[in-house]
Unconditional design. Structure first.
Length: 564
C-alpha cells in the first residue's frame, strides 16, 4: 500500500531528491517561555520531532526568549518536562534566542550600515497611524532618512540603556506602500529596560520576533522552519532579512494550527480563565494544556496518535474534541485494568447471606488481553451499588434493580430486591435483598435470564476515595464565536467539575500509584491524580466516559456525505 504523504513531507522529499541542504533535515521547536504548552503546541512538537525522526535528521529545542517582561525560567523547565513526557528528546540541542543576542545586534548594525534600517522616534501610536491601512499605503517616518552615522549612534545609546522604553525603535527600511503590511518598515528592535531571566541587565533592547526568528534558524542551520499558518504573511519578511544579510537561508513552511471544539487555545484567554478563577491553574484537567491533559489522565501515546490522525493541512479547521476522547478510549480499552468502584453508594443488605461470612470471587482484569489475568474481589453480606441503579417505582424498560426485580451482580450472583429502608425524610438508605447461591459466576442453572448486570463493592472491604468528574469547560462548541458579541467566558460550563467525596472502591486500588489509569466498570476511565493521590488519600480523575461520541459523529458525517 502506497504511503500518503502530507505536503510538508512532499516538500522534504523533493529537497532530498535535488540535494538541497546537502540531503539534511533539521527542524526546530521554538516555544516562547511565557506560559505553558497546550495541545496545539503538541501538534507542532510531534510534527517537528516526528519529521526529524522519519528522515534521520535532528530537531532543536529553542526558547524564543526575546521579551523579558513576560518570560520566566519556570516556564522553560515546564516546557522541557512536557516535551520529554510526550516522548521526545533534543539531546544536546537546547538553545535560546538570548544565546545569539550579540550576533543579532551585529546583524542589525550591518543593516543600518547598508542603509536598510533606521532608528525611528515615532511613538507606538504614531507608528500605527503612519503604517496606513490595507487599502491605503503608509507614510514614511520623518526619521526614515537619518544618516547612517546618526542611526549607529542612536542604536548604540539604545543598547546602552540611555533612553526610556518606547522612546526609539529600530526599523527595517523596506516599502511603506507594500500590499503586505508586514513589509511596511517593520520593527527590528524595541527598548525594554527590564531584567532578562538569562542575561540579567546586560541588554536594554530586544529583537522583535520576525527579526530574531529567521536569524535563529540561520545560525542553527535549520533546513525546514515549520510555522503555523498565521505566519504566512511574515514569510516575505523572513526571506528579506536573510537575503539582505546574505546568510544561510532555511525555508519557512506554514501549516494549519489546531483548533478544537469546546475549548480555547489562546495563551491570553487561558491565562484569563486562571486569573479569574474559572479553573485552578495551568494543570487544571479541564484545560487543553499538556499539563492539564496529563493530570486528567491522557497518555503521551494518545496525544501523539491524535496528532497523527488529524494530520497536517494548509488551511485552518476545527477538530471535534470527541476525536481526542476516542483516541484515549481506544488505547485504554486495551491497556487499562477493569475494576469496580461505586461513585454514589447505596447500601444493599443480602438478608439470606450468612452473617459474618465472606468469599472471594474471580474477576477478569482486562477481557481485551488474557495476559492481564484475573484477581480476587471480596463479597460479603453488605454491598454498595450505584444509587442510579435502583428505582423504587421504575418506568417501563428500566432493567436495573427495583422491588421484585432480579439482576446479576458482576462476577457474583443473581440478586433480587425485596424491600427498602428509608430515613425520616423518605430518602432510601438501604435495600434488603436476597441472592441465589446457585447462580455463582453470574448464570442460573435453570436457564433463567436477567437483563442487567450491576457493578458493586463489598461494604466490609470497600476503600474510600474522592472522584472528580470532568466535562467540557464550555457549553458552546465554539465559545470564541458568538453572534451576539458575548465573550467566551459567558459560555463557561458551571457543571464542568463535580467532586464526589464518598465513593467506594474495591480494595485492589489501595496501593495504586499516581497516574495509574483504570476502567471503573460501566462508569468510564479514571486516573489516580498526579499530585493529590496517595495510598492514604485516594483521588481519581475521570478521563473519559465509556460512551464513544466520536463514532456517532463519524456516522452522522457519513450520512451527510451520502446526501451530498
Amino acid at each position: 500500500m502506497t504511503e500518503t504523504k502530507n505536503f510538508i513531507e512532499q516538500i522534504i522529499d523533493e529537497d532530498l531528491k535535488t540535494g538541497k541542504y546537502g540531503g539534511r533535515v533539521h527542524t526546530r521547536f521554538p516555544p516562547e517561555p511565557n506560559g505553558y504548552l497546550h495541545i496545539g503546541h503538541a501538534k507542532s512538537i510531534c510534527l517537528n520531532f516526528g519529521l526529524a525522526e522519519k528522515y534521520n535528521g535532528v530537531c532543536n529545542l529553542r526558547f524564543d526568549d526575546t521579551n523579558p517582561i513576560k518570560e520566566d525560567t519556570s516556564y522553560t523547565k515546564a516546557i522541557q518536562e512536557d516535551i520529554k513526557w510526550l516522548g521526545y528528546d533534543w539531546a544536546d540541542r537546547l538553545y535560546y534566542a538570548s544565546d545569539y543576542f550579540e550576533q543579532m545586534y551585529e546583524y542589525a548594525v550591518q543593516l543600518v550600515q547598508a542603509g536598510k534600517a533606521y532608528v525611528c522616534s515615532l511613538s507606538e501610536k504614531e507608528i500605527r497611524e503612519y503604517r496606513g491601512t490595507v487599502k491605503e499605503p503608509g507614510k514614511p517616518s520623518p526619521y526614515r532618512n537619518r544618516s547612517v552615522e546618526e542611526n549607529l549612534e542612536l542604536l548604540e545609546k539604545m543598547k546602552n540603556g540611555e533612553f526610556e522604553d518606547g522612546q526609539h525603535t529600530l526599523r527595517a527600511k523596506i516599502d511603506m506602500a507594500s500590499a503586505n503590511m508586514k513589509m511596511r518598515d517593520p520593527l527590528i528592535y524595541r527598548i525594554r529596560n527590564a531584567k532578562h531571566h538569562r542575561t540579567g541587565d546586560k541588554w536594554h533592547i530586544y529583537p522583535m520576533y520576525d527579526f530574531a526568528h529567521c536569524l535563529e534558524d540561520s545560525i542553527e542551520n535549520i533546513t525546514h522552519s515549520l510555522c503555523s499558518i498565521e505566519f504566512e504573511n511574515n514569510r516575505p519578511l523572513y526571506d528579506w532579512f536573510l537575503d539582505q544579510l546574505s546568510i544561510y537561508h532555511p525555508q519557512q513552511i506554514e501549516f494549519a494550527r489546531l483548533n478544537m471544539t469546546y475549548t480555547v487555545m489562546s495563551k491570553r484567554k487561558l491565562l484569563k480563565l486562571i486569573e479569574e478563577g474559572y479553573v485552578s491553574g495551568w494543570d487544571d484537567p479541564r484545560l487543553p494544556t499538556i499539563r492539564g491533559l496529563r493530570r486528567r489522565g491522557y497518555t503521551p501515546s494518545s496525544i501523539r496518535e491524535f496528532s497523527n490522525i488529524i494530520g497536517v493541512a494548509k488551511s485552518d479547521s476545527t477538530v471535534d474534541y470527541a476525536l481526542l476522547e476516542h483516541v484515549i478510549r481506544k488505547e485504554l480499552n486495551k491497556t487499562a485494568m477493569r475494576v469496580m468502584g461505586v461513585l454514589k453508594p447505596l447500601k444493599v443488605i443480602i438478608d439470606n447471606y450468612p452473617e459474618g461470612e465472606e468469599e472471594y470471587l474471580e474477576a477478569v482484569n482486562n477481557p481485551e488481553d488474557p495476559e492481564y489475568g484475573t484477581r480476587q474481589v471480596p463479597f460479603s453480606k453488605e454491598l454498595y451499588i450505584e444509587q442510579d441503579d435502583f428505582m423504587e417505582d421504575p418506568p417501563p424498560k428500566f432493567y436495573r434493580l427495583a422491588p421484585g426485580c432480579e439482576v446479576r451482580l458482576r462476577y457474583a450472583y443473581f440478586l433480587k430486591c425485596n424491600s427498602v429502608e428509608k430515613d425520616e425524610d423518605g430518602k432510601i438508605t438501604a435495600l434488603h435483598c436476597t441472592y441465589d447461591p446457585a447462580t455463582k459466576g453470574g448464570s442460573a442453572p435453570d436457564g433463567r435470564k436477567v437483563k442487567a448486570t450491576l457493578h458493586w463493592v463489598s461494604a466490609k472491604h470497600a476503600i474510600d476515595a474522592e472522584v472528580r468528574l470532568y466535562d467540557n469547560l464550555f457549553t458552546k462548541e465554539n465559545p470564541e464565536n458568538s453572534k451576539d458579541g458575548r465573550s467566551f467566558e459567558h459560555f463557561i460550563n458551571e457543571n464542568s467539575l463535580q467532586i464526589l467525596k464518598n465513593c467506594k472502591l474495591e480494595p485492589s486500588l489501595q496501593e495504586v500509584k499516581p497516574e495509574t489509569r483504570v476502567q471503573f466498570e460501566r462508569l468510564g476511565y479514571f486516573c489516580a491524580d498526579r499530585f493529590d493521590h496517595s495510598s492514604n488519600n485516594l483521588v481519581f480523575n475521570r478521563i473519559v466516559t465509556l460512551r464513544d461520541t466520536w463514532k456517532k459523529i463519524q456516522k452522522r458525517l457519513a450520512k451527510q456525505n451520502k446526501k451530498k
